[in-house]
Design a protein around this ligand. Structure first.
Ligand code: ADP
Ligand code: LRH
Length: 490
């Protein structure tokens, strides 16, 4: 059968990867062509992304993918959400994009809410309040020379696509995370933008997954050794949108946990839920591929574990993931529980110390060693997944019979089993590279190599991915008690 190789560029908060996906009818094979670390850089007290370093990684990855495949039928890019690069009138980048974990963004929340109250923001945009949503980032940049000079704001995947092709646009799934897109009309929220005093011209025309962005420029072809023309296609450029495409569901009765640095927990809907109860519960209505709505909550995720490992390594303590997970599996459950979404866990830092402080504050004995700290993180995450899945079911009126856990966390067998136990539902773990797969599938469909809607794409995923099912063990009573205990203490 005919098959083609697409390069899926997937930039996560912890690493970037370029995956070569060979796709044809009944065929989907992944090769990791290139992986590179994504290391934030602090200068003058401000946390940035090293976006030129990331772009260099993308070029290296495309070169490697081309070498492995012979010829590339296309390129698609997805990355984490919300962060933007600002271009001046000549199209030059005005400084490194700020990291969403930088403390500056949150300082603008009161000023934005004074102009547009949170209830109204939610009714228009459907976005969960997170202090780093683009709307707050831009408000916090007010008065800076950089924002004054800015003529275009590009989300990270759109910025990379601009450098690869010369074409400017805003892919809509990622635009839906800015807090400036209307959740109902799915257009930029012009009136909201005006009221907040931003220039409408900053926000370029929207593109939709499947749209053609352009072609790799002659310079990029020369630098990567690729043979043109190589089309660049808009995919779900928000990594979570691509990851949800990459969920191997068999019906619409599923919840997902897109489990990497963050855990994005929710369901897939046809239309947004903009009720006040939904806002109060912290649910977001981000746009998905094929007009779907990703109705989900951001749970702080494996960030807690990543930062703990980084802290331990800096102190010369053992910090190998398989070892600490094995140790955590041997200690008793529920020795301590925290709310993973405590805002104190958002910035980089000594996570074990912060967890211990929260335990002490809530009258619990803090974890006494690494194993107990890791166990506390995993029990607390599983409990947060359970609450988010149950709330999503209630608020969206959608029944769920299985939880799909995708992303790097699918490799964590203890977390998968705890999630099954906590939710009282089977957990299907995998694929690990769901975002890259979702990216490649949307490209392949746009190129005419595949056809059909999400169910068809997911059927191909199921046939070709390595999946592992975890069945809930125990009665669930221990989790009911744990949840009640956490509620009493917080
Ligand atoms: P992101 O896209 O946000 O960079 P990933 O989807 O790559 O994140 O997931 C990274 C996480 O996956 C790590 O924080 C780690 O907890 C988990 N992970 C990766 N490899 C393993 C492994 N072998 N065993 C258990 N967990 C793993
Ligand atoms: C996950 C993710 C998530 C966003 C966060 C900033 O990588 O894109 O969906 O909320 O990063």
């Amino acid at each position: 059968a005919v098959s083609s190789t697409f390069a899926a560029v997937d930039l996560g908060a912890s690493s970037g990867r370029v995956i070569a996906a060979r796709v044809g009818p009944g065929r989907l094979e992944l090769t990791e062509a290139y992986r590179f670390p994504n290391r934030p850089v602090r200068t003058g007290g401000t946390l940035h992304w090293d976006v030129l370093g990331l772009y260099a990684g993308v070029l290296d990855g495309l070169r490697a993918a081309g070498r492995a495949a012979g010829r590339l039928a296309g390129v698609g890019i997805d990355s984490w959400a919300v962060d933007v690069g600002l271009l001046d009138a000549d199209g030059a980048l005005l400084g490194n994009p700020l990291h969403y974990r930088d403390a500056r963004h949150a300082t603008a929340v009161p000023a934005v809410h004074a102009v547009v109250p949170p209830e109204q923001l939610y009714r228009t945009t459907g976005l969960q309040h997170l202090p780093f949503n683009t709307v707050f980032q831009l408000a916090a940049a007010r008065g800076t020379a950089q924002l004054a000079a800015a003529r275009t704001a590009l989300l990270v995947p759109d910025l990379l696509a601009y450098w690869l092709t010369g074409s400017v646009g805003a892919e809509v799934t990622n635009a839906s995370t800015t807090g400036l897109l209307d959740a109902t009309s799915r257009e930029w929220a012009g009136e909201l933008i005006d009221r907040l005093g931003f220039d409408r011209g900053l926000f370029p025309p929207l593109r939709w997954p499947g749209d053609r962005v352009g072609e790799l420029t002659a310079d990029v072809l020369a630098e990567t050794g690729l043979t043109g023309p190589v089309p660049v296609t808009a995919v779900g450029s928000h990594d979570t949108a691509s990851a949800v495409v990459g969920v191997p569901a068999t019906s619409d009765r599923f919840a997902y946990v897109s489990c990497g640095t963050w855990s994005l927990v929710g369901v897939e809907l046809d239309r947004p839920v903009l009720s006040d109860a939904s806002r109060a519960a912290g649910f977001t209505n981000e746009l998905g591929v094929d007009g779907t709505v990703r109705y989900l909550r951001n749970v702080m995720g494996l960030w807690l574990l990543q930062e703990s490992l980084r802290t331990w390594a800096a102190h010369g303590l053992p910090a190998e993931l398989p070892e600490v997970l094995a140790a955590a599996a041997r200690v008793p459950a529920f020795t301590a529980l925290v709310d993973p979404d405590d805002p104190r866990f958002l910035p980089p830092g000594d996570m074990p110390a912060r967890i211990a402080a929260v335990c002490a504050e809530t009258g619990q004995t803090p974890p006494k060693d690494q194993a107990e700290t890791v166990r506390c993180i995993l029990d607390s995450l599983a409990l947060a997944y359970r609450r988010s899945v149950r709330r999503a079911v209630q608020l969206a009126g959608r029944d769920v019979e299985v939880v799909h856990l995708v992303g790097g966390g699918a490799r964590n067998a203890l977390l998968c089993q705890l999630t099954a136990d906590a939710c009282g539902l089977p957990v299907v773990a995998g694929p690990v590279e769901a975002a890259a797969l979702g990216n490649a599938l949307v490209q392949a469909r746009a190129a005419g190599v595949l056809d059909g809607g999400l169910p068809g794409l997911r059927a191909l995923l199921r046939e070709t991915s390595e999946l592992h099912t975890y069945t809930p063990s125990g009665s669930g009573r221990a989790w009911d008690a744990a949840e009640a205990r956490l509620d009493r203490r917080h």
